[in-house]
Design a protein around this ligand. Sequence first.
Ligand code: HEC
Length: 160
Amino acid sequence: MGVEEKFKQSVKGIHTLLTILLIGFIGVLIILFFTIKDATTSTTNSPVLPPDYVEVPTQEDDLDKIENGIHVRTGFVEGEGLLLVVQNCTSCHSAKLVTQNRMSKEKWLATIRWMQETQNLWDLGVNEEPILNYLSTYYAPNQIGRRANLENVEWYELKE
Ligand code: HEC
């Protein structure tokens, strides 16, 4: 092998080496670009939240907002005594435990007595009656979609 040949070969070698380095360098740049972009966008704009994340209401949010007749925070139906029920019936368990039940006034009272005897529910005092009225009005047992047909009705004419 002549000197010239050797020289040509080493030039070629350097050339290849430089090309590989260049490609590698560009590769590193691309990876850096995406990781930095990911890091900045995901932490500042849209933080990754757990699937069961619930937004905690801030001071400015209206905690007792009512929309379409429903107390938004708890799901209770709007009505007289609503706030008493919210204040007395949602600190130990979810409001759902209340709203998914349908009972007569007596049964609601029995449930309250049971909680007072076994679950440390406090004496509701003067609030007991309005609470019971609210519960037995809006969470009454006979809320079937449609009433039964009337039978044996004696119709009479309305007089002025
Ligand atoms: C001091 C805590 C506490 C308060 C306040 C409280 N409860 Fe309860 N309540 C409980 C516990 C504990 C249970 C049982 C929960 C369970 O079974 O997981 C319960 C269960 C219930 C149940 C289900 C009963 C059943 O037979 O399954 C209803 C309905 C209910 N509560 C309604 C109310 C209402 C209405 C109020 C407001 C007057 C209220 N709770 C306030 C502690 C409380």
